[in-house]
Ligand binder design. Structure first.
Ligand code: PLP
Length: 393
């Protein structure tokens, strides 16, 4: 396993140069690679910072950033229309864990004799969380062509179920493949019309992407957050929109939605209720996230959000003009379209979605590091023009 000090430095240099080159072409998967300013935090790598346990109850006794983590909970609660006094939450290693935390609490509250209901386009972590927590049943509802949960299909399903059954609903603000926003208010109306009483369901909003978009829309028509009183909890990721070096997410819950005191054991090791899934947690990333969020500020995030969406709107228009089948949801930085060649998929780090009918699709998220120049290069090298000409002739 040993290497010489020279080999060590060579590996560091060559891997860094690989990353510097490749990141300019990371167009797929919702991640903002604009994290250059985070070198400010390099000196903190000299310390092992571990946010062990609950940030509100934990006593520490070791190096931690609970104070900053709590501040982040407060700021995000505010942005997502939850009174910080009514909010509990903590920083996780990604929205998969935030989603697991939500479903874990829902099962603690309602029992495992529940049906977990989500959409066909939901993130894989939802189904996995249902399996880890052993929910009795799992139901994926059809989506519409643009990727949002189909309201009629939800009504059809709920009408076939027993009235007193219990449900965990997981809806999405910004789906993984198409960046779609589920029509949450309409869906709640359907739940109520189908006679499901509020004590018989838990509602989690997976806003891994949308939670850092909807608060910054210049025309805030899309309130997919705690302004909807039925939303119990929410996940929001930071590596997707903010630009931070380590993936991270916040799990946020209305305090009134769960009684921790009655069902959570106390851990003597770190003198805290055992509210978090992980024991040891990353302490540096919540600090980086908070400081970067505050440095950018609200106005800058509004402007960045607008630019990202404008680039997506531009790209969708270009693709459609080339005759490429394209889906672009309003308020979304995601453009979903017919996939180019395997080589281009690989070069631009794009995912591949293969449909049952054999058609192939991919997506681009127009985050900060994806420039219009870069997109023009992509369109050129993707050879869409020649594809279209071939099809016509
Ligand atoms: C990315 C994403 C997740 C999972 O987040 P990770 O940080 O990758 O664990 C969950 N849901 C949605 C909608 C996502 O976009």
């Amino acid at each position: 396993m040993n290497i010489t000090i020279e080999e060590y430095h060579n590996e560091l240099t060559s891997f860094l140069s690989f990353l510097d080159t490749e990141k300019k072409k990371c167009f797929g998967i919702q991640m903002n690679q604009d994290a250059d300013d985070c070198v400010d935090f390099a000196p903190f790598l000299r310390h092992t910072i571990n946010n062990l346990g609950d940030p509100f109850l934990g006593k520490g006794g070791h190096l931690q950033t609970f104070k900053y983590e709590r501040k982040l909970v407060g700021i995000m609660a505010n942005l997502l229309h939850l009174n910080p006094m009514e909010a509990w939450g903590y920083y996780t290693s990604g929205s998969s864990i935030s989603n697991l935390q939500a479903i874990h609490l829902a099962v603690e509250k309602l029992g495992s004799n529940v049906t977990l209901v989500t959409s066909k386009d939901a993130h894989n972590s939802i189904c996995k969380a249902g399996s880890i927590t052993r929910v009795k049943a799992f139901k994926e509802i059809e989506t519409t062509g643009n990727g949002e949960l189909c309201a009629d299909a939800l009504r059809d399903f709920l009408q076939t179920t027993e009235k007193n059954q219990r449900f965990i609903f997981c809806f999405c603000s910004g789906t993984v493949s198409k960046g779609a926003y589920d029509p949450v208010k309409t869906l709640i109306k359907i739940i109520q019309e189908c006679g499901i009483r509020s004590e018989n369901y838990y509602l989690h909003l997976d806003a891994a992407l949308g939670g850092m978009i909807t608060p910054f829309l210049s025309n805030p028509s899309l309130h997919l957050d705690f302004s909807i009183p039925e939303v119990d909890s929410l996940s929001v990721s930071f590596h997707k929109r903010l630009g931070i070096p380590v993936p991270g997410s916040l799990f946020l819950i209305r305090k009134s939605s769960f009684n921790f005191a009655s069902s959570t054991p106390f851990v003597e090791d770190y003198r805290s209720l055992d509210t978090t899934i992980a024991g040891s947690r990353d302490g540096i990333t919540p600090f980086i996230t908070l400081m970067k969020l505050r440095k950018l500020g609200f106005k800058e995030l509004v402007s960045r959000t607008q630019k990202a969406i404008e680039k997506a709107t531009w790209l969708a228009k270009e693709l459609r003009q080339l005759g490429i089948t394209t889906i672009h949801n309003d308020h979304s930085p995601c453009v979903y379209f017919e996939a180019p060649s395997e080589a281009i998929i690989k070069e631009y780090h794009l995912p591949l979605y293969e449909q049952k009918d054999g058609s192939r699709f991919t997506h681009i998220f127009t985050m900060e590091h994806v420039s219009i120049e870069g997109l023009k290069c992509f369109l050129e090298s993707a050879g869409f023009r020649t594809e279209v000409l071939k099809r016509i002739s």
